[in-house]
Design a binder for this molecule. Structure first.
Ligand code: ADP
Ligand code: MG
Length: 328
C-alpha cells in the first residue's frame, strides 16, 4: 500500500470524538452510555458486486454504508451515538478514500454520530459498519408487538414512494430503460437512502412494532407477522408510488413497491386510533407516511385491490443467494 495502514487511518478516518471516552487509536474505543440508557447495536456489511456496483461514486458508497446501519437504529427507535468501520481495500486509491470519507462523515455529522474505531486491511472491497445507539429501557421498537386491529403504515420520501431503488437496479441490469430525469431520481434512491432516524424516535411509545424495509416490503412485513403471531391485509392501491415508478406498467410498480428491496423506509404498526399522532411524528421528521393496511388475527398476508377483491401476485423479495446485486 502506497500510504501505510496507520497513515491512511490517521488521514481519512480519525476525527475528534468528544462524545466518546476514547476514540480511534487504542486497542478499544470506550463509550459511556448515558444514565438510564441501553445500547442498541447493529452491524451491516456491504460487499462489492453483492450490495453495490463498482460504478457507484465513492461519496455515495460512504453514505450508503452508514445509512443502512442508521436505518436499523431508526427501526428500533434508537438515537445514533457512535460507529465503527471495518474496511477491506484492494488498493490505496486516495481519490476513492477521500470521497468515501466525505460521504461517510457528512451523513455522520448530520446525525451527530462519531467514528470511534475499526479495522483496515487489504482485500476485495468491503465495508462493514457497526452502529451504537441509545434507547431508554423498554422503549425500543421491536418486531414482535403488532396486534390485531393495528393499522399498518410505511414511510416514504416526501413526494416519492417505495420501490424506486429496485427500479434503478432493473435499469442497471438492462431490463428497463428510463428517461434521464427518472433515472437520476431512482438512482439517488438506490445509492443515497435516507435513514428515518427522526421518525423512529417519534414513533417511540406509539408504534407497537417496526422494521426497516431492506429486503422488500412483503418479506420484511413477513418478519413482523411471524414474530408477532398475527396476519395482515395490504390495500395495494394505497402504496405510495413515486412519479418515476408511476410511469412504469402497473405490474412493474407492484413488483418494485412490494418486493423491491433496498428502500430503507420504516414499516410499522400503530393502534388504529393513533393516526393523527403518526402524521404529526412524520411531519416533525420531514418524512411522508401512508397507511397501507391493517393487522389481523388470522395468520398470512392478503393483498386487496381498490375494489376490495383479493389480488394474487407472484412476487418475491430479495434473496442474497440468488440475486446478483441487492440490499444490505
Ligand atoms: P489492533 O491491531 O489493535 O486491532 P489496528 O492496528 O487494527 O488495531 O487499528 C489501530 C486503531 O485504528 C484502532 O484504534 C482502530 O480502532 C482504528 N482503526 C482501524 N481502522 C479503522 C477505520 N477504518 N476507521 C476507524 N478507525 C480505524
Ligand atoms: Mg486490527
Amino acid at each position: 500500500m502506497a500510504l501505510g495502514e496507520f497513515d491512511l487511518i490517521q488521514k481519512y478516518f480519525t476525527r475528534p470524538t468528544p462524545g466518546a471516552v476514547l476514540g480511534v487509536g487504542d486497542d478499544c474505543a470506550l463509550l459511556q452510555p448515558r444514565v438510564g440508557m441501553q445500547w442498541a447495536i447493529s452491524t451491516d456489511m456491504l460487499v462489492e458486486g453483492r450490495h453495490f456496483l463498482a460504478t457507484v461514486r465513492p461519496e455515495r458508497l460512504g453514505h450508503k454504508a452508514l445509512a443502512v446501519n442508521l436505518s436499523d437504529l431508526a427501526a428500533c427507535g434508537a438515537k445514533p451515538v457512535a460507529f465503527t468501520l471495518a474496511l477491506a481495500l484492494p488498493r490505496v486509491d486516495e481519490v476513492f478514500l477521500a470521497g468515501l470519507a466525505q460521504g461517510l462523515f457528512s451523513l455522520a455529522d448530520e446525525h451527530g454520530i462519531e467514528l470511534v474505531g475499526g479495522d483496515t486491511t487489504a482485500g476485495p472491497l468491503n465495508l462493514c459498519i457497526t452502529v451504537f445507539g441509545e434507547v431508554p429501557p423498554g422503549q425500543a421498537l421491536r418486531r414482535d408487538g403488532a396486534q390485531a386491529g393495528d393499522a399498518l403504515w410505511v414511510s416514504h420520501p416526501l413526494g416519492g414512494g417505495v420501490g424506486d431503488a429496485r427500479l434503478a437496479l432493473e435499469v442497471f441490469r438492462g431490463h428497463v430503460s428510463l428517461p434521464g430525469e427518472d433515472f437520476e431520481a431512482v438512482r439517488r434512491a438506490m445509492e443515497q437512502p435516507q435513514p428515518r432516524v427522526a421518525l423512529g424516535l417519534g414513533l417511540r411509545g406509539l408504534a407497537t412494532a417496526a422494521i426497516d424495509t431492506s429486503d422488500g416490503l412483503l418479506g420484511d412485513l413477513g418478519h413482523v407477522l411471524r414474530r408477532s403471531g398475527v396476519g395482515a391485509v395490504i390495500e395495494v392501491a394505497a402504496l405510495p408510488i413515486s412519479p418515476a415508478l408511476a410511469r412504469q406498467p402497473r405490474a412493474q410498480q407492484l413488483q418494485c413497491a412490494l418486493a423491491g428491496g433496498d428502500d430503507y423506509e420504516l414499516l410499522f404498526t400503530v393502534p388504529h386510533a393513533a393516526a393523527r399522532q403518526v402524521m404529526a411524528a412524520a411531519a416533525a421528521a420531514g418524512v411522508g407516511v401512508r397507511c397501507i393496511g391493517r393487522i389481523e388475527a388470522a395468520p398470512g398476508l392478503r393483498l386487496l385491490d381498490a375494489q376490495g377483491a383479493e389480488l394474487v401476485l407472484s412476487l418475491r423479495g430479495f434473496d442474497h443467494f440468488s440475486d446478483a446485486v441487492g440490499p444490505a
